[in-house]
Structures are given as C-alpha cells and as structure tokens.
Design a protein around this ligand. Sequence first.
Ligand code: FAD
Length: 405
Amino acid sequence: MKRPTVLVLGAGYGGLATVVNLQKTLGADDVNIVLINQNEYHYESTWLHEAAAGTMSPEQVRYDIKSVIDPVKVDFVKATVEGIDVDTKVVTSSVGTHTYDYLVIALGFEGETFGIPGLDKYALSMANVKAARQIREHMEYQFATWSLEEEKDDSRLTIIVGGAGFTGIEFLGELGNRVPELCEEYDVPFEKVRVLCVEAAPMVLPGFDEGLVKYAVGQLEAKGIEFSIGTPVVEATEEGVKIKKGEDEFEFIKAGTVVWAAGIRGNHLIEETGIESNRARVKVDKDLRAPGYSDVFIVGDCALMINEEINRPYPPTAQIAMQQGDTCASNIVALIRDEPTSEFVPDLKGSICSLGDDDAIGVAFDKKLTGTKASFMKKMVDNRALFMIGGIGLTLKKGKFNLLK
Ligand code: FAD
C-alpha cells in the first residue's frame, strides 16, 4: 500500500509539535512526512521581544530544525510557500510543487495594522527573527547617530511602542532594562530618552487581573516608561505618529523608532485558499480540520477556536499552538489507521507576561504571581517548550538558566 504523505507547512510551535509527535508515533514505512519552512531554523516567537530590544542575541532565539527531526522519517524542505490549492491538493513553493494526502497549515502570524495609514511602511514589527534584529539595529543606529550629531535631534531617542497588549508590554519590559545599557554604550544621558506606549483601548493588558496590571504599569513607569492609553494611532509617517486624544484633538509625536505590537492576523496565504477565514484565521472544526476539507488541518495562529465558556476566541499563543500540534498529529495517525479523530481540548496552565529578565506578572495553576517568582515560572515555561520539541539536549543548549534573577 502507498505510504500517505503528510505535508506540514511552517516549523513554528504548531508545525514542529505536529512533526515531532508524528515521528515519535509512526515508522518510516507508515508515512512520508514532508516539512516545509522558509528558514533552516525554528525561532522561539515568544522570545522575539528580547531579540528586538537587544537583551538577547538573535542566535539564542533560534535553532536548527534538522537538530530536532529524524531525517529517516522527515524530509525537510527549506522553501517559501507561495500558494496552497486545497482543491487540487497542490502546494506551490519557491522550489517547486508538493502534493499531499494530509496537509497541516502552521504558517503562523503576521502583524495587523488595521488599515492605519503609514504603519506598514514606517513602523517596525516583531514578526520574525530578522524583523526583531532590524528593530535592535535601528535603535542602536539612532543612539549612535544622536551621539555623533552636532545639532542633536532628541526625537531620535524617542521610542514609540504601539499596543499595550501582551507583546507590547513584554517588549517594554525589555526596553526598561536595555535603555540604560544603550545610554551607557552610546554616551547618551538617560533623561534624553523617551519610551512611550500608545494604546487605543482604555486599558493595559486586557484580560489580565487588575491588580497584576497595576503592578506591571507601576514597575514599567518606575523605569521611565510612559503610557498614553485610550489614544489610538491614526497615522504613521517617516517622522513619527499622530495620535487621537479627543473628539477633535490630535497630537503628532516625533520619534526615531516606532514599533507596532498592537495586533496580529494569520498568514495571508490562508486568504488565497478559498477557505473561509477572518483576518486569515480559520474557525476550525473541533478536531482541527478546516471546515469542508477532511484532509486539511490548521494549527497555531492560523486557526481560530472559540472558548465556549466565555464565547470568545482563545488567544493566539504558543501554548495552544503546541497543544494543537499534539492533537493534530494524533488525529492524522487516527485517520491513517482508519480510527475516529478526537476533539482538541486546550489545557490552559495560565499566562505569564514578562516585564524584563528579572520581573513578570501572571497566573499559573490558579495562583497570581509577580516579581522574581513570576519570572522564574516564565523561564520554566520557556524551557519546557524547548524540552517538548528537542528534549534535554536542546533545553541545555538554548534554555534559560538564570532562573532566580
Ligand atoms: P509561528 O511560531 O509563528 O511559526 C510559523 C512558522 O512558519 C515560522 O517558522 C515561519 O518562518 C514559517 N513561515 C511563515 N510563512 C512561511 C512561508 N510562506 N513559507 C514557509 N514558511 C513560512 N505565546 C505564548 O503562549 N506565551 C508567550 O509568552 C508569548 N509571548 C510572545 C511574545 C512575542 C514578542 C510574540 C510576537 C508572540 C508571543 N506569543 C506568546 C505568541 C506566540 O509566539 C504565537 O502564538 C506562536 O508563535 C504561534 O505559533 P505558530 O506555530 O502558529 O506560528
């Protein structure tokens, strides 16, 4: 009998968890697994704010995909996916075409700019490891140039972060530690630097416990970070951003660096498949298949699932992407063995938002945590994600062991 081909697109959390579980369960005689990813490496998206701020090297954030896959069972193809035809079952990539019996779409997230003029062109985003490196180098360039200038333009030292959600706050936490280092490195007086978080919604970290949010804002403010809440960005230009402060009141803030961290969508390729989606996220069936396509699974940030208890979508997280990868793999095994598939049931263990290397807030196992305890838990969660994919070897190589800092 012909071996079925499982084609996995994307080696992020969801894609790699699917592949690693498939290779554990099935033999090379049972299945032909093909994994396509645009880079030879996987990056920990959950650490991108650290690479962007410059508190962690981009090298530390990524690892070689081949180090965690079994070459006998998995054929890794370094290529960019360019099109997905779910009717003819053909995927087109930069190196050719690929057919499949089962397809797993795990192409992750892209930044969402909500059509705000200028953001696409003038704001930077933490979309991947290359983009994170660009943010770091851009900020360093602004500091270095300010030092050199005879007529100093202080707005070079203004950093605007759009969005006070999870990603924005984690990036601000890193900036709180990084800015003093940059000041020392480039001979810049600390009081010349301005870090401003601009948020359209009336609150910081929606969905988090009020007391924890208050703690987070207090800690960041103590490091000199300013907040402008309930003031949407309405335009970005080469010079900075315009924010709306009232009915007819606007303010233009000149800034050398604008980082947009205020929203994500699924991968744009989803929108070209013809599968119904909302901001490139597909409301998948309970067993993670795309509605109407029994051979197409979608996991991670390209998938959308409703938490029926609160009738709202589950947030797009690495935690859920990895768990979906596990379920997706076991459902593919079930289909190959002609057995019924099972429902994906998220096992939410909590959520921890970092405020820099030594501080965090969050809820883990129903307990509220702040400070070094929360930071310890965050690092354990990060190490666990490495362990789940690459075992102890990968954890020792890439893990975070300054646990009590
Ligand atoms: P990804 O991990 O984004 O992987 C997608 C993969 O597809 C990548 O390898 C990419 O290179 C590849 N790819 C994309 N397009 C193509 C193409 N055309 N061709 C080939 N390959 C392609 N979640 C948490 O649970 N906890 C956190 O603390 C947390 N912190 C975060 C902090 C930051 C700064 C950010 C940005 C996100 C954070 N998240 C966190 C969210 C989490 O990172 C995402 O939910 C998670 O990465 C989604 O996993 P995924 O597998 O869907 O996609």
